[in-house]
Design a protein around this ligand. Structure first.
Ligand SMILES: Nc1nc2c(ncn2[C@@H]2O[C@H](COP(=O)(O)OP(=O)(O)OP(=O)(O)O)[C@@H](O)[C@H]2O)c(=O)[nH]1
Length: 309
């Protein structure tokens, strides 16, 4: 199945929320503009699909100003909506770039429990290995023995060295050791997995700040990317997660996972509107190539349920 098809199918539940009102609306119009109450319906549908109130308002406003050519049908409405969503997403669609000047380029993965950090670490390792880069993985999720094993499996699968300690060990010390080893071995990219933590657990958030602080003793510019991994099924809670993690780990970008089967995929639009932080990639499954760079127009079309040309 092509990536776009997977994304579109994955977002099916989100799409039906976004478009629920469009087809009924399209029967109402003869003219080239949409009336106010219909627009309100569109806005409500967008809010219920987790696009957030600001984006929903902006998109409804854009449709109000839009001069439609010919009859307004659901395809025309869908395309206008997709164009508006693309406009919001385009500035944040930025691939996670590895800067060869850093030796290594350190990517720290943070997020709440079960958001997909370990899986994403493995997928990224695989993709950068495929590009010919040397990669090292650090099993900074020292809370969960299964997370260490899971990362070791990805390491074996991708031929990537995994730096791991005992379960319950100090994550900051492990990150330090991994950075030291990666420097010595002249590694291109060091990916650091961390334990999941709820944003309201202060002591765990402090531990994350410590990981960052300790690594900076070896390289003042590390980590070069602090990426928050967000579970795409949680909807608006993703917003408060970004706010909390940004305070302790200088979050520089986002990856949204589990968009396969999420009814709340619209939250990516809300995140773009709220933070303007780069969205590096989105995940639609458990295989390495199920994580792909985030493409604004493609995502917008999939969300609205239209086919690519
Ligand atoms: N369907 C689907 N499942 C995913 C995706 N990404 C991750 N998962 C699954 O989500 C579950 C949790 O992923 P992990 O990578 O273990 O999450 P984590 O953030 O490391 O978890 P903690 O260590 O508990 O914080 C696993 O079963 C993954 O296979 C995705 O894009 N789609």
């Amino acid at each position: 199945m092509s990536w776009f098809k997977k994304l579109k199918e994955g977002l099916g539940k989100s799409t039906s929320k976004v478009t629920a009102s469009l087809s009924s609306l399209s029967n109402l119009f003869g003219g080239a503009r949409i009336d106010a109450s219909s627009l309100e319906e569109v806005e409500d549908a967008l809010i219920s699909a987790d696009l957030g109130t600001t984006s929903a308002q902006r998109l409804a406003d854009r449709m109000r100003r839009h001069k439609f050519e010919g009859p307004i049908d659901s395809d025309t409405l869908g395309q206008a909506l997709a164009d508006g969503i693309t406009e919001i997403l385009e500035p944040v669609a930025q691939k996670l770039e590895i800067d060869a000047a850093h030796a290594p380029h350190v990517v720290l993965l943070v997020g709440v429990n079960g958001s997909g950090k370990t899986t994403t670490a493995g997928k990224l390792a695989q993709q950068w290995r495929d590009e010919g880069k040397s990669v090292m993985l650090a099993a900074g999720d020292t809370f969960r023995a299964a997370a260490i094993e899971q990362l070791q499996i990805w390491g074996a699968r991708t031929g990537t060295e995994v730096i791991a300690g005992a379960q319950g060990g100090d994550a900051a010390a492990l990150a330090y050791e991994a950075l030291e080893k990666a420097k010595a071995a002249n590694i291109d990219v060091l990916i650091i997995d961390t334990a999941g933590r709820l944003q309201n657990r202060t002591e765990l958030m402090d531990e994350l700040a410590k990981i960052v602080r300790v690594m900076r003793k070896l390289d003042a510019s590390a980590p070069h990317d602090s990426v928050i991994i967000l579970d795409g099924t949680v909807g608006q809670n993703a917003i408060s997660q970004v706010k909390a993690f940004r305070e302790v780990a200088d979050v520089t970008g986002l990856i949204v996972t589990k968009l396969d089967g999420s009814a709340k995929g619209g939250v990516v639009v809300a995140l773009a509107e709220e933070f303007g932080l780069p969205v590096h990639a989105v995940g639609v499954g458990e295989q390495a190539d199920d994580l792909q760079p985030f493409a604004a127009a493609e995502f917008a079309k999939a969300l609205v349920g239209i086919d690519t040309d």
